[in-house]
Write a protein that binds this ligand. Structure first.
Ligand code: HPA
Length: 259
């Protein structure tokens, strides 16, 4: 670990004092067109984080301005399926809370289960079903006062988006068609392999959380085609411009009120 790199990054964070943090999921790199970086650091140089292993996730923490608002931006994330424990998967949420971030905007790539969720559409997460590793059906929402970890106040700020339930599975394989039928019966609208643990921890730490799923494909068995990661990356780009506008608006709305 490079202690000096981390010290320089921490100083930039303290100077900018971001009130919003954004985690960019698979293939969503282009969302940050309006972000101007002040400082950044690879996950490997951040205490508590490790380098990511997934193609399309570059694993850097950056701080800078989104239009004119200070933001902590996480390019890529760490997943449970990479073999990391919950403490590592939720490390960025902990860092954001420590820096005084008030709202965490989590984005992900997801498979669409609900018929309205065409590839390229966006879904605001109303609640989730945790099916990740040993925590399956054992959400840690107790830390959120047994409510959904997603902020209703932030959901109200994105009235243009469909809202739905996100099922978080361990992965890394996509689901079988039978699993998707089971998830459909359980009330899931979209399926992915991230976000749930981060959202629970962030809410427990007192941040407001909004999760936005970028639907990159119809979930397994809902079309005749086979799923692959290159399809995920191509379709993610379709939603990037809309997602960037929405994030920009939320970040601007979270600025300090004028004294
Ligand atoms: N399943 C799980 N995770 C995903 C999918 C999917 O269909 N698409 C993108 N991430």
């Amino acid at each position: 670990m490079m202690a000096s790199a981390f010290a320089a990054f921490s100083r930039a964070c303290q100077e900018l004092a971001p009130r919003s943090a954004v985690v960019l999921g698979s293939g969503l790199g282009g969302v940050d067109a309006h972000f101007r970086e002040t400082a950044s650091i690879p996950f490997a140089d951040v205490p508590g984080l490790v380098p990511p292993t997934v193609h399309g996730h570059n694993g850097r923490l950056a701080v800078g301005l989104w239009q004119s608002s200070p933001v902590l931006l996480c390019r890529g994330r760490l997943h449970f399926y990479e073999g990391h424990p919950r403490e590592v998967v939720t490390g960025v949420a902990c860092i954001a809370a420590t820096l005084g971030v008030k709202q965490l905007l989590l984005t992900n790539a997801a498979g669409g289960i609900h018929p309205s969720l065409d590839p390229g559409s966006l879904m605001a997460i109303r609640s989730h079903i945790t099916l990740v590793g040993p925590a399956a059906w054992r959400t840690l929402a107790a830390g959120c006062g047994l409510r959904s970890p997603y902020s209703q106040r932030l959901l109200d700020q994105v009235p243009e988006l469909l809202t739905g339930v996100y099922a978080a599975l361990t992965g890394p394989c996509y689901e079988t068609p039978a699993e998707i039928r089971a998830l459909t019966a359980s009330g899931a609208d979209a399926v992915g392999m991230s976000t749930a643990m981060e959202a629970e921890t962030a809410t427990e730490l007192g941040m407001e959380v909004l999760g936005i799923s970028c639907v990159t494909n119809r979930a397994a068995g809902l079309t005749a085609t086979t799923l692959d990661h290159s399809e995920v990356l191509v379709n993610a780009k379709l939603a990037v411009k809309r997602l960037a506008e929405i994030l920009g608006r939320l970040i601007a709305m979270n600025e300090r009120p004028n004294p």
